[in-house]
Design a protein around this ligand. Sequence first.
Ligand code: F6P
Length: 547
Amino acid sequence: MTLPSINPTSTKAWQKLKDHFEASKDLKMKELFAQNKDRANQMTINWEDFYVDYSKNRITSETITLLLELAEETKLKDAIQAQFSGEVINKTEGREVLHTALRAKATDTVLVNGKNVIPEIFEVKEKIETFSNQIISGQLKGFTGKVFTDIVNIGIGGSDLGPAMVVDSLQYYKNHLTTHFVSNVDGDHVNEVLKTLNPETTLFVIVSKTFTTQETLSNANTIRTWFLEHAKQEDVAKHFVAVSTNIEKVKTFGIDQDNIFPMWNWVGGRFSLWSAVGLTISLSIGFKNFDALLSGANAMDTHFKTEDFDKNIPVILALLSVWYNNFFKAESEAVIPYTQYLTQFATYLQQGIMESNGKSVDRNGTKIDYQTGTIIWGEPGTNSQHAFFQLIHQGTKLIPADFIGFAKSLHGNQDHQDKLMSNFFAQTEALLNGKTQDEVEAEFESQNISSEKIKQLTPFKVFEGNKPTNTIFIEQLTPESLGKLIAMYEHKIFVQGIIWNIYSYDQFGVELGKQLANKILKEFNNPSFDNHDVSTLNLLELYKKLR
Ligand code: F6P
């Protein structure tokens, strides 16, 4: 089946949601809580080690009913089935979307062109396991017989962000190997990394689905040249491995057949950390932990695939996001993890969410007249409280936020954990309730402040409140729970793409800039530049003069 093309704004549910929005947009969450003592329980999904409370949203039970009707009318159930069963739902690229197969069980069957792909996925997993064990244990050694101490992941976009985020997030579980990530074509990036490395003890993992990406190939070439300043050509085989679908190009680069970890076209780059693209993860935290990450994602897949929509975490989060994006016209969403480990999480999600759903043409090829992809941003709390929270609390913009917190810390310092989590709970409570004029005045009065001063300062101290948040409260940050969390957002992306009637799995929007950059690069060697707008031409000429 190809995905149906249903304009969401033409559904009955959308019209009902529009009316419902007009009637409910000024509702105060505080009052809704007062009216219904059971609201928090009714709007919480408790699943395995996840407690997802979405009661602090500007919704009523009717909002959820209508959003669920929207999911039904846009045929979400069929679409989920189509994705998991390997239909070619990435129609614009003619591909299946099967990152979920990468974390499936060995006993599962997933057909691509009539062939079960699970055995080859497990073959590659075995190769990852063997190689990781050999490097970690020191069985495989560098060209001078020394054990490896450093791993460099060379890749960009999905071939960098996922592994980089997971390695950083799970650093508690890391072994002795030091991992580095080289992504930017900015030569200063690669040189800063190289200056810390010993070629005798460093393993380079070149990750590129296509093996044609300018940044990755430039960095890989620069690194190989640097390596060959210290070693011989035949030593390359011991120090360079590659992950790609493009086996021929990898061989042409000079990587040994044995050192190639294959992946498949049915895995999108931004959803590929579960494949051999995650090799650096496995090297860094060990295969067992990498596999646990996959198991966690698989558990979330089962939840997503089988749970009724009203208790389905990714579905509910996606629908709430549609509610704010399309009815409240919120432009962005914040993701605030209350753990320093998830520092790179929002950056990682930016590619997943914005590269997938930043589309303005529907599945019929028609220009869309409603909003699609949200802008995603965020930083860990409590740091972000001291940076941008002012705007969320008292600014003019509506910014729905996901608060992600963990009950137990990893190092077990309870004093710090209690302080961290008191902030986690306090912020969503503050965003919900705000602070009324009466409360501000009462506080001033208790401080013996003059009535003139109170009158003058009160407007600045009032917090409107009524700011929506989801609380995603998890027992502890483990490879499993991180796998669940990432998969949760992947499925949220999918649901939104289905509802917005767009193709989430292509990314043609990144092409134009690439093409122009290649053209300009060539022009640097010409006596004069081709035809450009005057602004660009001035800049190019100035660059040529100054470089
Ligand atoms: O930015 C475009 C893009 O194609 C991403 O989708 C992808 O993750 C990235 O470039 C890297 O691509 P590759 O893995 O083929 O080098």
